[in-house]
Design a binder for this molecule. Structure first.
Ligand SMILES: [Zn+2]
Length: 279
């Protein structure tokens, strides 16, 4: 399993955790590319907070700023808003792993703070800002002025992300006053829409990410795993078990990282990261 897959597994576990708490199952982890460590995470909390903008990515940005931004640092104490003003440059060290394509709001926020890359599981058909509805991450998107673009790569644990959303919508339907007939509650575990890779990344980039042997998947709009293999390529144990400890486990990892002193923001952090790579 690649490191990218391991990080996305953390995001999927968090999304399952969200599902178990009545939230739309979407979650993310932010990873320092220099350290290859999770430095923040976010879980969709729109129900808990009664707030339509409490999306996973914005939660992670807030967590990052609360933990690493401090009040006297280079962020200028901007109060944790994802406006881009005064946000430290070290966001450019961040890679985001999110189970569902960032919506246009979050895709824009991620660009404004300057993350370098986003991996997402499945497309966000109605609001996707990384290629499905708008391509706010792309160099061609001029609405965000001079902010640098970022690469967005779909596909990691895509079917697991889709299945968690299906679980959620079936539960929501069951809660509706006019409950659907029992037949409608059968969840489709076999059919998945094609992944139109070309909408998100170029063929060469796909080859660099996943290897040239996989290029047929790009050409045929196929998932990275799935058709014709056992269990439709889905890691059912990952999405069908509760992950009650995942928030505590990730928080412990952040505490350990903070105690180690390896992750500082601003210049100090960069030096620490570089010396870590060299030694
Ligand atoms: Zn969003």
């Amino acid at each position: 399993m690649t490191e990218d897959e391991l990080f996305m597994r953390d995001a999927v576990r968090l999304a399952r955790h969200a599902l178990d708490h009545g939230e739309t199952p979407v979650a993310c982890v932010f990873v320092s590319r220099a350290l290859r460590e999770v430095v923040a995470f976010g879980v969709n909390a729109t129900s808990r907070d009664h707030c339509g903008t409490a999306h996973a990515e914005l939660q992670a940005i807030r967590q990052w700023q609360e933990r690493w931004g401090g009040s006297g640092g280079a962020s200028g104490g901007t109060g944790g808003e994802a406006t881009g003003t005064g946000v430290p440059g070290s966001f450019s060290d961040l890679c985001v792993y999110v189970t569902v394509e960032p919506c246009v709001m979050c895709a824009s926020a991620l660009r404004q703070i300057g993350v370098s890359k986003v991996y997402f599981g499945c497309a966000n058909d109605r609001f996707g800002g990384n290629g499905t509805v708008l391509s706010l991450n792309s160099p061609q998107s001029r609405s965000l002025g001079a902010t640098p673009p970022y690469a967005a790569v779909p596909g990691l644990f895509r079917r697991e992300a889709i299945m968690l959303l299906r679980y959620f919508y079936v539960r929501e339907n069951d809660k509706a006053p006019q409950a659907r007939s029992k037949g409608n509650r059968d969840i489709n575990t076999r059919d998945f829409p094609p992944l139109h890779w070309g909408r998100y990344i170029g063929r060469e980039e796909f080859g660099r990410e996943f290897g040239s042997r996989e290029l047929h998947r790009y050409d045929d709009d196929l998932d990275l795993a799935g058709d014709g293999v056992a269990d439709h390529g889905i890691d059912w144990t990952l999405i069908d078990s509760r992950h009650d400890r995942i928030v505590d486990a990730l928080t412990e990892r952040l505490d350990t990282l903070e105690r180690s002193g390896r992750y500082h923001f601003g210049k100090k952090r960069k030096i620490a990261a570089e010396s870590n790579i060299i030694t």
